[in-house]
Design a protein around this ligand. Structure first.
Ligand code: ADP
Ligand code: MG
Length: 623
């Protein structure tokens, strides 16, 4: 193919692709322009996910007639003019690309009026070509209407998701700016409904309330940190409201929303061991640094920045969070579960005298008791409702024999986890079928049940085991369409973020099939009229947050499975919960009955099995 120069239209469309990926990128650019114009009120209206209609009005500076005609040209900007300006950018925009890119791929109408001018100007631009320019009446400021995005680039249109998904991306962008600029009042209207209306009273806490509601608002710790030229302020969430994804993390640098895994990690380190390894803290943090210490010209979408002194910035975030906790002097640190492998060789240390005494004392006491095959009459009723499981999901558990040790770990057969890779020495057996007589030794750390079985020693995670049973029960009920639900006397009300609200409203049928009768309650709030019978009296708020995190992390999995797993988890006996003898007996019995797979729905093992031979090796009885 011979070389030809691309046409102006094609060049514009290629350039537009870098800036305008989807409706939310248009919204981002237009909001940034309004902020740069000094607006204190910004109203965003969208229809059909912003694909058919976007309207943004501001009360900013407006544009002169000359500027309004210029602004659609590529690389037309009022924000920088000479090279040194690039290293001290105080505005959100500076590349002069947004309006030219947006107008190249949509139908734009611009209304603008500067303070004191006699009339406003109306400019229509379709696909990068000015159609008309006329004077009209309009209040001060600028309004931009963007219609039929990608009408002239059908290939791009095909890549867009359904309107509700596009709206949720837009909500996410608007959230960021509401949090970045509490001094500006934002109003967001989606398909005629008010989604957000922030006060613009310069209170970050109020802005947080607008976005995340009461749960986050009332669990915040203030961060205020100054070191040399680095200033960090904002809030971090209490460890209890940490989430399973990073979507509740907000970071702003000189008023610009950015993403940075490095800083997110430093923030998490600041929590020390207050937070579980798999959780991510909620934070809304602002960094203020001199303009020349940060390079914002890294990518056209301006989401990544480069710091002159990245190491120092990281350290400051860590220290800022750490000192926020110190000042707060909040609750004792929770011990997180160490995920280290069980050592195959026991270290050669001498047991301290006091510990030795305790062991001897414990041995003398009656800590062991025989398993009683006919359970007590006061058996916990929650186990009695366990129904036969759904064959579709139940598979024979695979038992992996770890290399070089005789430790056997029973893992989940249908959920893929990194650790669950079969080894060459994999051995298939149906443990449950083999289980016959066993001796229950007791409960360890109020978390693990100890069982002697033939020539092996079983360590059972009580939470995981119970969760497995509850999951199977719900799967079976779902299969037989007989989910038992319980009407709530007083319906519960849960406030969600706009994206989470969309996800829930799209899945109301799935929730209903599992006993959750949900109703829209206005302003991203849902009303819960009924819950599955096993749910009990628990507060449904955290259940919804966790289910939504789980959906976000693995959107491909059937939503009903997410709901089942989280319901089962919430209802299950917790780690650290002391159990009576009969409760232990019943849990073990039910777990071993009916070929129940010995693995929890999250893919963690339920049982670790140590053979007698291995234990003998530890003590060098055999080599
Ligand atoms: P950039 O923001 O990078 O300068 P844009 O293409 O987004 O480039 O905008 C071009 C110019 O149009 C801006 O520099 C600004 O002068 C003007 N402009 C755009 N939107 C507004 C607005 N809402 N109010 C006032 N001026 C605006
Ligand atoms: Mg701009």
């Amino acid at each position: 193919m011979s070389i030809t120069l691309l046409s102006k239209e094609l060049i514009e469309k290629i350039a537009a692709g870098e800036v305008v990926e989807r409706p939310s990128s248009v919204i981002k650019e237009l909001i940034e322009n309004s902020i740069d114009a000094g607006a204190k009120n910004i109203t965003i209206e969208i229809e059909k996910g912003g694909i058919s209609y976007i309207r943004i009005s501001d009360n900013g500076s407006g544009m002169s007639e000359e500027d309004a005609k210029m602004c659609f040209f590529a690389h037309a900007t009022s924000k920088i003019s000479k090279e040194p300006d690039l290293f001290s950018i105080s505005t959100l925009g500076f590349r002069g690309e947004a309006l030219s890119s947006i107008s190249a791929v949509s139908k734009v109408t611009l209304f603008t009026r500067t303070i004191g001018s006699e009339y406003a100007l109306k400019l229509v631009n379709h696909g990068g070509t000015v159609i008309s320019t006329e004077a009209c009446g309009k209040p001060d400021g600028t309004t931009i209407v963007v219609e039929d995005l990608f009408y002239n680039v059908p290939a791009r249109l095909k890549f867009l998701k359904k309107p509700s998904t596009e709206s949720s991306y837009i909500s996410a962008i608007i959230q960021k700016y509401i949090l970045a600029r509490p001094d500006i009042s934002f109003r967001y209207i989606c398909d005629g409904k008010d989604v957000y209306h922030s006060r613009g009273d310069d209170s970050l806490k109020n802005a947080i309330y607008t976005i995340y509601g009461k749960d986050v608002y009332s669990n915040l710790i203030a961060v205020d940190y100054l070191y040399d030229y680095i200033q960090i302020s904002g809030f971090v969430g209490e460890p209890e409201i940490s989430r399973g994804t990073r979507s509740f993390q907000n970071l702003f640098v000189n008023g610009r929303y950015i993403r940075s895994d490095i800083i997110a990690n430093s923030v998490k380190q600041g929590y020390a061991n207050r937070i579980m390894p798999a959780k991510h803290p909620v934070f809304i943090l602002s960094l203020k640094v001199p303009l020349d210490s940060v390079d914002v010209n890294v990518h056209p979408n301006k989401l990544d920045v480069r710091f002159k002194d990245e190491g120092l910035i990281q350290e400051c975030f860590f220290k800022a969070v750490r000192s926020a906790f110190e000042e707060e002097r909040i609750k004792p640190e929770v011990e997180h579960i160490k995920q280290e492998a069980i050592p195959s060789i026991v270290p050669q240390y001498s047991i301290k005298e006091s510990i030795k005494e305790n062991i001897i004392k414990a041995a003398k006491e009656e800590i062991a008791f025989e398993y009683n095959p006919s359970p007590d009459t006061n058996m916990v009723s929650q186990f009695q409702s366990v129904l036969p499981r759904n064959e579709e999901y139940v598979q024979i558990p695979v038992v992996y024999k770890e290399q070089q040790t005789d430790t056997v770990v029973v893992k989940h057969p249908y959920i893929d986890t990194k650790e669950a890779k079969p080894t060459q020495t994999e051995l298939q057996m149906n443990l449950s079928k083999e289980i016959g007589d066993y001796l229950i030794i007791g409960q360890l750390f109020n978390t693990y049940l100890l069982v002697e079985y033939k020539d092996s020693f079983l360590l059972i995670d009580q939470h995981a085991a119970h969760e497995r049973l509850n999951t199977d029960m719900m799967l079976s009920e779902l299969e037989n369409s007989n989910i038992l639900k319980q009407q709530l006397l007083i319906p519960a009300v849960v406030q969600l973020t706009a994206q989470d609200f969309t996800t829930v409203m799209e899945s109301t049928e799935d929730f209903l099939s599992l006993g959750f009768e949900l109703e829209e309650f206005g302003n991203s709030t849902i009303r819960i009229n009924s819950v599955p019978h096993i749910f009990g009296e628990k507060n449904p708020e955290s259940f919804f947050f966790e289910t939504l995190d789980s959906i976000r992390k693995n959107p491909k999995m059937d939503t009903r499975k997410h709901i089942i797993f989280e319901t089962a988890c919430k209802h299950s006996i917790k780690a650290g919960q002391p159990l009576s003898k009969s409760e232990i007996g019943e849990l073990i019995k039910r777990s071993f009955e009916d070929d129940s797979p010995l693995n929890c729905p999250h893919g963690r093992p339920i049982v670790i099995i140590k053979t007698k031979k291995e234990i003998e090796k530890w003590f060098m009885r055999i080599v």
